[in-house]
Design a protein around this ligand. Structure first.
Ligand code: HEM
Length: 158
């Protein structure tokens, strides 16, 4: 089964049909998706800026990481659920769209970098070049995910 065949099958299911004809569902899912990603990005930003030495310097890196990183995981679950429902609603918009696949690759990388930063914050090594580099990569990855998410609407699916 090709991606397009799967997409056609998915959009004909009763779940997809329900979302398509119930006008408030898609805007509601988009609203939750956007508010949740704002919370996730704000949390990642706090940790990254602390690693870079430009934010919350009165607190230890470990305290900042322990406060903000646990917010990221439930946000990801909500984004996964709302994002998956948006795919069910309009599969052809997303499946086969290069911006969506770029977003998913960057998301996997961002999760790994976040786990790495957490391990770093919990360890005893002083903050140095490697941690700073990870914080910059983390910011770039989250920013790319957000831009790619928005771009799904503007790039044609293959
Ligand atoms: C966890 C899995 C995720 C899935 C399956 C997913 C899926 C989707 C889908 C299907 C759309 C709708 C695209 C469209 O039709 O125009 C979307 C929009 C978007 N997503 Fe995600 N997403 C996920 C996570 C994330 C994360 C982690 C971020 C950012 C940190 C993010 C940022 C965005 C943005 C900015 C939009 C555009 C919203 C708009 O302007 O309407 N997504 N996502």
């Amino acid at each position: 089964m090709t991606v397009m065949e799967f997409s056609d099958w998915l959009s004909a299911t009763s779940a997809s049909q329900f979302i398509q004809v119930t006008t408030w569902v898609i805007p509601s899912l988009q609203t939750v998706h956007i508010l949740t990603l704002a919370l996730l990005f704000a949390s990642a930003l706090m940790v990254d800026l602390r690693v870079l030495g430009t934010g919350l310097r009165s607190e230890s890196l470990r305290a900042v990481a322990d406060r903000f990183i646990p917010t990221i995981w439930p946000c990801l679950v909500v984004l996964l659920i709302t994002g998956s429902l948006l795919i069910v609603a309009e599969p052809a918009r997303t499946l086969g769209n290069p911006a969506f696949y770029l977003k998913m690759i960057c998301l996997a990388a961002a999760i790994i970098v976040t786990l790495w930063l957490r391990a770093f914050a919990r360890g005893s090594r002083p903050v140095g070049g490697l941690a700073s580099m990870l914080a910059v990569v983390s910011l770039l990855l989250w920013a790319t995910i957000i831009v790619a998410g928005r771009y799904i609407a503007y790039i044609e699916s293959n």
